[in-house]
Design a binder for this molecule. Structure first.
Ligand code: GLU
Length: 293
């Protein structure tokens, strides 16, 4: 038993659950139960243009069909702007963030001028044009807010409970990242860090596709004086094309006509033994034991 273990499943309601997201949901639930802890569901609906009306409620129904129910009232990020603003204000006060006027095109031409090529599909490392020491906004209107990633915290070493030691040079590989977007929306990085701390999350269990956000989130936790939870990133479910299954590449909604089938598939991805043909509740109980073993 871990004292006061608090875990969470934090889906973005951009569509119903699919086989991949059920793996993260099941793993986070099993880990919480195996530690005698609390399991929360948080709907990450800050990126409103990508959210689908009704998808959050649908996800909660699907989870309930699988026997996965939040131990505390479900939190919707869209109701928590005041908390995110407070965190940004704190970073403004400590001089850790700065407003940025650059469009994507501005960033590309600044990089080009510096002779830095950009690989296709990779997001650019921000060249620091609007950093206060480089002249700031120079009369241009502010679009986004960026965290100044100091070279002193450039290298973040952390340990994943499944993948082992991880390291990232956040300054070199990511650069000054956005906390509030040009369209006024809160960035995932800020919302997730603020909410994990506000909800007292001690253990984050989520899909492996999110692994390379972790170092950035640790940098932000340190800037805000917040604790860093333990991290475990779960295996991804691959589609027939060998690509990770995601809502974006049209992953099918789960067929929950027989929730044991969907749960059994997720359990297999996690390396858990097949469950006897019983009820979801009994299968979950057996998997908690296997998870703890
Ligand atoms: N909302 C994020 C997603 O669905 C996951 C956030 C997290 O678990 O940290 O991809």
């Amino acid at each position: 038993m871990t004292a006061q273990y608090r875990g969470r499943f934090a889906p973005s309601p951009t569509g119903p659950l699919h086989a991949g997201s059920l793996v993260a949901a099941l793993a986070s639930w099993l880990d919480a139960r195996a530690h005698g802890g609390t399991w929360l569901v948080r709907l990450e609906d800050v990126d409103t243009p990508r959210c689908v009306p009704g998808a959050g409620e649908e996800i909660l129904r699907q989870l309930a069909t699988c026997g996965l129910v939040s131990d505390e009232p479900v939190v919707w990020q869209s109701t928590r702007a005041a908390l995110y603003q407070q965190a940004l204000d704190k970073l403004v006060a400590t001089g850790r963030v700065y407003p940025c006027a650059c469009s994507r095109k501005d960033i590309d031409s600044a990089l080009l001028a510096q002779g830095v090529g950009r690989e296709r599909h990779h997001s650019a490392v921000y060249p620091g044009t609007c950093r206060p020491e480089n002249g700031g906004l120079r009369g241009r209107p502010a679009r986004a807010w960026r965290l100044a990633v100091n070279t002193s915290e450039t290298r973040v070493d952390w340990s994943d409970r499944r993948l082992g030691p991880q390291t990232q040079d956040v300054a070199a590989e990511v650069g000054d990242f956005v906390l509030r977007r040009a369209d006024g929306l809160w960035a995932y990085q800020l919302a997730v860090v603020v909410d994990d701390a506000a909800q007292g999350i001690t253990h984050v269990v989520r899909g492996q596709d999110l692994t390379d956000n972790t170092a950035r989130q640790i940098v932000l936790q340190r800037a805000l004086g917040l604790p860093t939870p333990a991290y475990l990133h779960t295996p991804l479910v691959m589609g027939a094309d060998g690509e990770k299954l995601s809502k974006q590449n049209g992953a099918q909604a789960l067929d929950l006509g027989d929730p044991l089938v969907a749960l059994g598939q997720a359990a297999r991805t996690l390396g858990l033994p097949a469950a006897a043909r019983t009820t979801p509740a009994l299968a979950l109980e057996a998997w908690v034991k296997a998870w703890s073993a």
